[in-house]
Write a protein that binds this ligand. Structure first.
Ligand code: HEM
Length: 128
């Protein structure tokens, strides 16, 4: 028997679906984030992000079957991400993480990763 990976431990696809749905509900209303998303329909972006997170945590590899190597910094290069955008992203993500109500240890694992990844995606200086 193998121990469950993090994807399985937190409840599999339904958990990631809820996380990402909550996140995008926030993005849809966010005056800093919404203008960054090129498409009017946030559905395709929602699916890409959900499939990425599922794959990252040990779930199905559908993301890379559809999109290839994630190369996330490169894929974010078209969008100006300074600390204001990172903070707005983390604010919406914090709401979403609260909504899935994980046990504290799992929540800390997930949040740590998201904070590091958000810092990694910063690609612009704040305006003076
Ligand atoms: C795509 C913004 C951080 C994962 C995108 C897109 C935008 C965006 C505008 C394009 C939407 C689309 O059409 O897919 C931001 C901003 C961030 C941020 C402002 C602030 C720090 C992150 C982080 C992750 C992430 C931390 C991972 C943990 C993704 C993924 C995609 C994406 C997987 C789709 C990539 C693809 O084309 O396959 N993001 N993002 N983003 N983002 Fe972010």
């Amino acid at each position: 028997v193998t121990s469950p990976n993090f994807y399985e431990l937190v409840g599999g696809e339904p958990t990631f679906r809820k996380l990402v749905d909550e996140f995008y509900a926030g993005v849809a209303e966010d005056p800093i984030l919404r203008p960054l998303y090129p498409e009017e329909d946030l559905g395709p972006a929602n699916e890409r992000f959900r499939l990425f997170l599922m794959q990252y945590w040990g779930g199905p590899t559908t993301y890379s079957e559809n999109r290839g190597h994630p190369r996330l910094r490169m894929r974010h290069a078209p969008f100006r991400i300074a600390s204001a955008e990172r903070d707005a992203w983390l604010r919406q993500m914090r709401r979403a993480v609260d909504a899935i109500a994980l046990p504290p240890e799992q929540e800390a694992t997930l949040w740590n990763y998201l904070e590091h990844a958000a810092n990694f995606m910063v690609n612009a200086e704040d305006p003076n």
